[in-house]
Design a protein around this ligand. Structure first.
Ligand SMILES: Cc1ncc(COP(=O)(O)O)c(C=O)c1O
Length: 406
């Protein structure tokens, strides 16, 4: 297994002390940001045919053909020009209807803004609420990008770690309260979580909402894995608890639910009064999400339920295969099996450098895993595997891991 690119992935922790003359003129928050992320760690080996890439949060299922057909129809119908900044009205309405159908609280279309993926939704949200000198409390273990964006806008990230228990990962809201101060602009959580699959129970979500109300902070809820719950139609949503004008933004995406990662489509649910401001911000960033993709995305929302069920079943099956294997590996400690999401997050006995272990696993087995250190300060002893892969590929990957982790 070729490993030269990875072995020399030397941008590990930071952008480097000597930024070079041009970069020296960039904003300090940008210069300080770590260059390495999950995709850069994978660089090089990703093209090796023997590599089994379980680094990313991405399924190998292709989106259904009717979506491509809907896109072609949208182009033919002339949806190829600029559109409304908050999104194509039909899609906003369809998403409002979709969310209303899943929850217990009606969601109106003026609360929806369509974005270029969940990432763009999160960037807009943090630009809206935080600036240099502020802080954002991030509940972890968590996918690193929220913290990464907070860093780019110049805000400090305050980590509050969930605790692994025999019943799964649990959050103590008192720890969140203790981490907040007068400069806390937002609390961020993802439920179901990446990498843990943990779902915050409604009571915990309500406690976070109360805390944010009391402190005047925003609550940012990432519900990108909302539909990938094994044994239910969706996870508990903060939208069922909150009021329209709460300082709440819910991030969502087409990437996981409909396996549309490359389409770069997502949305945010926000207070109706914030819509015009978001429209202005969209104008100055993307100037709107690709018009014909938004028209095609309507088909996912309105006709995609069968496929959502398929993605969910696929993740559930993958989780079973991965967990069966992980539980049999001598060096691995896996807590209770996740009941949502697309990852297994497991501890490796004696591991003190998750990045080095991932590189070793990759070199010796060709299996790409994500290192725990990406997911928060307490996660160095962990690795993450994406289970949204074909059963055959996943079984092969898990058997290869035996040589290093068995
Ligand atoms: C928790 C979480 N939120 C948001 C995203 C962003 O998804 P996208 O930008 O593809 O919509 C991801 C992607 O892995 C994620 O895991």
């Amino acid at each position: 297994m070729a490993s030269s690119t990875l072995a020399s992935a030397d941008a590990h922790a930071s952008a480097g002390d000597d930024p070079g003359p041009a970069l020296a003129g960039a904003r300090e928050a940008i210069r300080r940001a770590a260059l390495e992320n999950i995709s850069s760690l994978a660089k090089g080996e990703a093209d090796d045919p023997r590599t089994i890439p379980l680094w990313f949060g991405e399924s190998d299922l292709r989106p259904p053909a009717f979506l491509g057909e809907a896109m072609t129809r949208a182009i033919d119908a002339g949806h190829v020009f600029y559109t409304r900044q908050n999104g194509v009205p039909e899609l906003r309405q369809a998403l409002a209807t979709y969310l209303t159908g899943l929850g217990t609280t009606p969601i109106a279309a003026d609360r929806i803004t369509v974005t270029a993926g969940g990432m763009n939704a999160l960037m807009l949200t943090l630009q809206l609420v935080a600036q240099v000198g502020d802080n954002v409390v991030v509940i972890d273990p968590v996918w690193p990008n929220c913290g990464g964006i907070a860093g780019l806008v110049g805000a400090e990230v305050r980590s509050v770690r969930m605790t692994p228990t025999a019943q799964g990962w649990r959050l103590d809201p008192a720890k969140v309260a203790a981490a907040m101060d007068g400069r806390t602009r937002a609390v961020f959580f993802a439920s179901p979580g990446n990498p843990t699959g943990a779902m915050l129970p409604a009571e915990t979500q309500a406690a976070l909402l109360e805390l944010c109300r009391a402190r005047g902070a925003w609550l940012i809820a990432d519900e990108v894995y909302h539909r990938l719950v094994f044994g239910a139609d969706c996870a508990p949503s903060i939208l069922d608890i909150a009021k329209d004008e709460d300082r709440l933004v819910v991030i969502n995406s087409f990437s996981k639910t409909w396996a549309m990662t490359g389409w770069r489509l997502g949305w945010m649910v926000h207070p109706p009064s914030v819509g015009p401001t978001l429209a202005m911000m969209v104008q100055y960033t993307t100037s709107g999400v690709t018009t014909f993709l938004q028209h095609a995305a309507l088909a996912a929302v309105e006709e995609g339920e069968g496929f959502v069920a398929r993605v969910r079943a696929y993740c559930k099956e993958g989780m079973g295969i991965a967990c069966d294997a992980l539980e049999g590996l001598a060096k691995v400690r896996l807590g209770p099996r996740p009941t949502a999401g697309m990852y297994a997050f497991f501890e490796v006995e004696g591991m003190t450098d998750s990045r080095a272990t991932c590189l070793e696993v990759l070199r010796r087995t060709g299996v790409g895993l994500a290192p725990g250190y990406f997911f928060g300060p307490g996660s160095e002893g962990f690795l993450r595997v994406c289970v949204a892969r074909s059963p055959t590929v996943l079984a092969e990957a898990m058997s290869r891991l035996e040589t290093v982790l068995g």
